[in-house]
Design a protein around this ligand. Structure first.
Ligand SMILES: [Ca+2]
Ligand SMILES: [Ca+2]
Length: 334
């Protein structure tokens, strides 16, 4: 359990509680099969809610819940469970050396429920692979279009979003290297004078651990710091849930991440939930550069990317290369 002193104010987590209650209602109404999984995901969301309730007991909590309960509840903005043969419908673009680097599989996908509490209804997933010599602005094969027009440019200033994503590291994934290796990014979107440099958030894997990292500052940083980490394992679907308020201002930004490290359907086991962190969650546009419609000092919207992007000194030889599997991606409006 995180220390209570690290907990955010109550109003920041009504959202999680509301998702949990709406999920429960939806699940009951539709009579979803597989109650074990449904209960497991509810436990995951309930775990967050319980932690918040425990940290903030008292009448304020009850009053807020009552008020929020009148609202419609969380809304699903977009979902990719790997069934669409054309990944670009959801992701906008494949930043890979060629088409063969992105594969769709129809068996072996993640078994977790979606973030709405419903089953995916498929066994599909996507696999992205790089080989030594690939150069797509570096050794990279990621889904996602680096543009403010991208369908995955979900993260605008002032918004609060829940992002769920399941990742699997196959046997050919170099889990033990000792250099940077991103498997998911929430990255500032172009065109912008400050769209280069360090991504505002990156989920990396090296030294056998998942590592949530953040750009050292909102402007010109080229390096990142680690906010949270957890042990990673090969050939295992790990589900992540990111609860983020998007802002370039430290007082308004917030991030908390949960990961189902043991695959039991919740994020309440030891080490599965980060503390809530109040920090900048978007980059700031810097003055200058070509006209791009974004003034200096404005927050830059971020977009979601997933796949593999790493230090090109990491060996990814033929015939296997280095791969990452992605499935069960949802973005919700709490
Ligand atoms: Ca799937
Ligand atoms: Ca778990």
């Amino acid at each position: 359990m995180p220390r209570s002193g690290d907990e955010p104010r109550t109003n920041r987590h009504d959202t999680i509680d509301r998702i949990q209650r709406t999920t429960q209602a939806t699940t009951e109404r539709r009579g979803v099969a597989g109650p074990k999984l449904a209960i497991a995901m509810l436990m995951a969301l309930a775990a967050l809610a319980l932690i918040v309730a425990g940290a903030n007991p008292g009448p304020v909590t009850a009053k807020k819940h009552k008020h929020r309960g009148k609202r419609a509840g969380p809304g699903l903005i977009a979902s990719d469970t790997g069934t669409d043969p054309d990944a670009t419908h959801f992701w906008g673009k494949e930043d890979c050396a060629n088409d063969s680097r992105v594969q769709q599989f129809t068996t072996g996908g993640d078994a977790h429920l979606t973030a709405t509490g419903l089953p995916q209804g498929d066994s599909d997933f996507r696999r992205m692979t790089v080989f030594d010599g690939d150069d797509v602005w570096g050794e990279r094969c990621e889904l996602g279009w680096d543009s403010r027009k991208s369908p995955t440019a979900f993260y605008r200033p002032g918004t609060h979003r829940i992002t769920a994503i399941s990742l699997r590291l196959p046997s050919n994934f170099p889990i033990s290297v000792n250099t940077w290796q991103a498997v998911m990014q929430m990255k500032q979107s172009g065109p912008a004078n400050n769209s280069g440099g360090a991504p505002i958030f990156s989920l990396d894997v090296w030294g056998g651990r998942w590592r949530l990292r953040q750009a050292l500052d909102r402007t010109t940083s080229t390096d990142l710091r680690e906010l949270w980490s957890a042990p990673a394992q090969l050939n295992f679907w790990t589900r992540f849930i990111f609860d983020v308020r998007y802002s370039a201002r430290k007082k308004a930004g917030y991030i908390r991440v949960g990961a189902d490290l043991n695959g039991d359907g919740d994020i309440s086991d030891p080490g599965e939930l980060s503390r809530g962190i109040h920090t900048y969650t978007l980059k700031l546009e810097t003055p200058g550069g070509s006209p791009d419609g974004l003034r200096g000092g404005r927050a830059i919207p971020s977009h979601l990317r997933a796949g593999i992007y790493h230090d090109d000194s990491i060996p990814c030889r033929s015939p296997t290369g280095c791969s990452v599997d992605v499935d069960n991606v949802q973005v919700l409006r709490p």
